[in-house]
Design a protein around this ligand. Sequence first.
Ligand code: ADP
Ligand code: ZN
Length: 709
Amino acid sequence: MSILHKAETILHQVFGYEQFRQNQAEIVQQVCAQKNALVIMPTGSGKSLCYQVPALVLDGVVIVISPLIALMDDQVMQLAQLDVRVACLHSNLDYEAQQKIERQLLDQQLDLLYVAPERVLTPRLLGLLEQTPVALFAIDEAHCVSQWGHDFRPEYQQLSQLIERFPQVSRLALTATADELTRQDIVKHLQLENAQAFISSFDRPNIQYQVHAGLSNAKQNLLQFIRQYHSNDSGIVYCLSRKKVDDVAAWLSQQGLNALPYHAGLDAKIRQSNQQQFLMQDKMIMVATIAFGMGINKPDVRFVAHLNLPKSIENYYQETGRAGRDGLAATAWMSFGLQDVISIKQMLDSSVSSNQRRQVEQTKLQSMLGLAESCQCRRQTLLAYFGETLEEPCGNCDNCLQAPQTWDATLAAQQALSCVHRSGQRYGVNYLCDILRGVANERIRQAGHDKLGLFGIGRDISKVQWQSIFRQLIALAYLNVDADAFGGLSLDESCRSILRGEQKLLLRSYNATAKHPTYQTTTNGQKQFLNDLWQVLREKRRELASEQGVPAYVIFHDATLMEMAEQRPQTLAQMANLSGVGQKKLNAYGDIFLQLIQQHRQTPVDAMKTASADESIQLFKSAMSSEQIAAQRGLTLETVYAHLAQGVASGELELQKVTGLDTQSQAEIIAEFEFSAEPGRLKPVYDSFQGRYSYAVLRCVQASLGKLL
Ligand code: ADP
Ligand code: ZN
């Protein structure tokens, strides 16, 4: 059996997944051939399978080096559900437990062992590793070797000792951090000069980006957003300060939501317990400073909200990236104001000592502000920042879903810039707005600014609108903010072309309230059509999880339950076809869930189920590809094909259009189904073609035979 075939069999049987994603197959082959590799893939794209599958293919143990206990525990918990022989060694274990694991290691009874970097370098463990065959060192979160990154860990650099001691063992470095400096550091410190690098696109198509500037009541808008779109979901709300975290968490709780705070100022026990609850529960909001996040593997975080501007696009990307790791639709919502820019600058001034570094940080902040005030597709702007080009606007961000209104703001911009100039380039936005609007307050009169020619020239523009104009002028770098002088504005050289009228300026119109674009399939919408059955399945999952003391997603991921609710398998074999149902989970939970589905069939079928399939079918008819439908609706490709298969079964869609098969291939597959001993099952047919046709294609052909429904 070829290695790839063996790996695929493991993928199906143990993990219950149909296909490798993107680069996974190539990486797995490389690793199984015991060659070094460097993997850079965004969060949620499936890095861990790149060493977990080889661990089951190769002889010997795979040592996974991971920086955080929470991360290790999470993976061990998930793998244990699949009957994989796995353990982790860390300081939270007592001596006896450690000894037991060391024994298992020596007896070659482990496929994977998770360890912290400082632990793997102890003479004791090094000695043990010498006495047992090691298949691979997988170095997770490899960006921790880089001093440039935010997660620098000196122990990671010492891993070179491990490499020198075991030169024959291959290495796999994995990270979601893409920048060039970090990459060079990884290659240098982990000696990967000759390793093949696998770099994936950084796009996270299932995340919908929404940014709101200068909302008059951000908290209220956040609440409305959660109620409307994520009332049954888990999410993270990020705030800049601890105080704000406490306030917002308390306020959301008062409003009847299940919200807890998390920041470095809380007692360690409380922090731990809050984090634990967040992991375990299905429906919880964590209000946190950015101290919270790394090591959070929760796949079903459905939204990440920012109540302040992050300090760089890197931060924004990383923090929003914690949403939707399972690939289902998720939202990144942000509200910010100019005060955030000033606060961040003040923090930089007090914490960053070198001038050069401060300059770098300020440029990063400027780019973030640019993204936040942009009228273009957010995803295109975001990816461009990381050097990636997205050819078309994404169709899944606020600007794409609802083109921002713009207006010719050239004259107003000239007035704003002149106002900065005439008043001496040292006042903040509020003061400048007052001059423009002709508010003759004490301070203005004392400074004699009520005598300026442009005093009151902008009366017909509201204050919030002026604020928006100033914010955009700052985002476009025509104005600079001075944090020392409490946000005093000064002119940038580049503003001359505006002042001289050489350039027309279109700005975004100010919107007083956050309008959430109507996105057909927010997760609420998605779940609504599955309604009763989805709730029933989820409830059972919760029950099973709490019996075992594990998070719900350890039993089944949302993605799996959603497929289950949609496809309603009638037999164990059909259940096994769902993504995320491997042999072990089928044995453990298959009957329990089949029974629930069976019972549900006896209640009247909710018409909404077909409504969802119908939506996909209509989109397909409107010439969208199945990939586009999956991205727009936040569904897995498997689910979209299951919908399209229904269209094929009902005769609404042509098999050939859906699958792209030529007549000969079609005939070949049909023959295989007809000769199959179990025509209701896809796997035997899939296997007989040795993977030449995807499950999705086979499912559609099967549907055309009228055997699916
Ligand atoms: P990362 O470490 O890159 O953030 P994970 O390894 O945690 O991502 O994987 C993210 C999610 O994708 C997990 O729920 C995982 O089970 C799922 N996944 C990974 N590979 C596949 C695949 N080939 N098919 C289906 N689901 C997958
Ligand atoms: Zn877009």
